[in-house]
Design a protein around this ligand. Structure first.
Ligand code: CMP
Length: 260
């Protein structure tokens, strides 16, 4: 079992470089750090200590440079991953190279489990957008672990249900909301997921670029630029250096739209 980092089966214009040679397996990583990562991952929440120990003995640590494809769409999958540190973008590319960002994952999040269960190919690319350290768990080890600790399987079902729920919301928004509303929902979600409370609202430390926002909500940069600047002029968001403040007024507006 290689637990390798995939070589992306790149569509012609996909801006992803193959990273296999740069990926490093870390031998001798502090088991306490591995254990702590597993214990705080939502996927392994509330598992008994015996299950955490079992997983700690099964995972391998992988260091991945920024820009690497950890998982490449359409390749076979033989392992899943938990993020120890860094960030991963789950993404699909259209024929023209246009990008759709499905999810942004951070420390504690997991990915790469779908193809282990349905035996299909990888459903999307998973790219490191920061230098990232991962715990890799092979299909074989995951199956063995779940036989002894069925609670992990229940957690996995919960995680997949949450993801399906989010995907349903996205589908509904694409069908029912205009770009402006989708942008508001996305910014509020970013504030809630990543923001820290500040005097003016939720402060998102790293403001996404307008192209990144466009990729997240299925729009183009020019349209997002207009909508974003209007929200800033209305005082609903406050771009501040590299960060962004999501104000309570924007959150209220998103809530009102939801209730309407
Ligand atoms: P897998 O299909 O094995 O490889 C790609 C991974 O991307 C997939 O498993 C999931 O873990 C992850 N993924 C696919 N779609 C989504 C989504 N909509 N939201 C979050 N993660 C996803």
């Amino acid at each position: 079992m290689s637990l390798g980092i995939a070589r992306p089966a790149a569509p012609p214009v996909m801006p992803v470089r193959s990273t296999t040679p740069e990926v490093r397996t870390t031998i001798g990583e502090d088991p306490a750090r591995i254990r702590a990562t597993i214990a705080r991952a939502p996927l392994f929440a509330a598992l008994p200590i015996t299950a955490i120990e079992d997983l700690t003995g099964r995972v391998q640590v992988r260091k991945v440079p920024v820009g690497s494809a950890v998982v490449a769409q359409d390749e076979p999958g033989d392992a899943m991953f938990v993020i120890m540190s860094g960030r991963i973008k789950v993404v699909m590319f259209g024929e023209s190279g246009r990008e759709v960002t499905l999810s942004l994952l951070r420390s504690g999040d997991s990915f790469g489990e779908m193809s282990l269960f349905d035996q299909g190919p990888r459903s999307a690319h998973c790219l490191a957008i920061e230098p990232t350290t991962l715990l890799a768990l092979s299909r074989e080890d995951l199956m063995r672990h779940m036989q002894a600790h069925p609670r992990t399987a229940v957690n996995l079902l919960g995680e997949m249900a949450r993801r399906l729920r989010r995907a349903d919301e996205t589908i509904a928004q694409l069908a029912l909301c205009d770009v402006n509303e989708r942008l508001i929902h996305r910014l509020v979600a970013l504030g809630r997921e990543e923001g820290a409370s500040g005097p003016d609202g939720l402060v998102v430390r790293r403001r996404p670029t307008q192209q990144e926002l466009a990729n997240m909500i299925g729009s183009c940069r020019e349209t997002i630029s207009r909508a974003f600047n209007q929200l800033a002029r209305d005082g609903l968001i406050i771009p501040r250096g590299r960060s962004l403040v999501v104000t309570p007024a924007l959150i209220e507006r998103a809530e009102k739209k939801k209730a309407a």
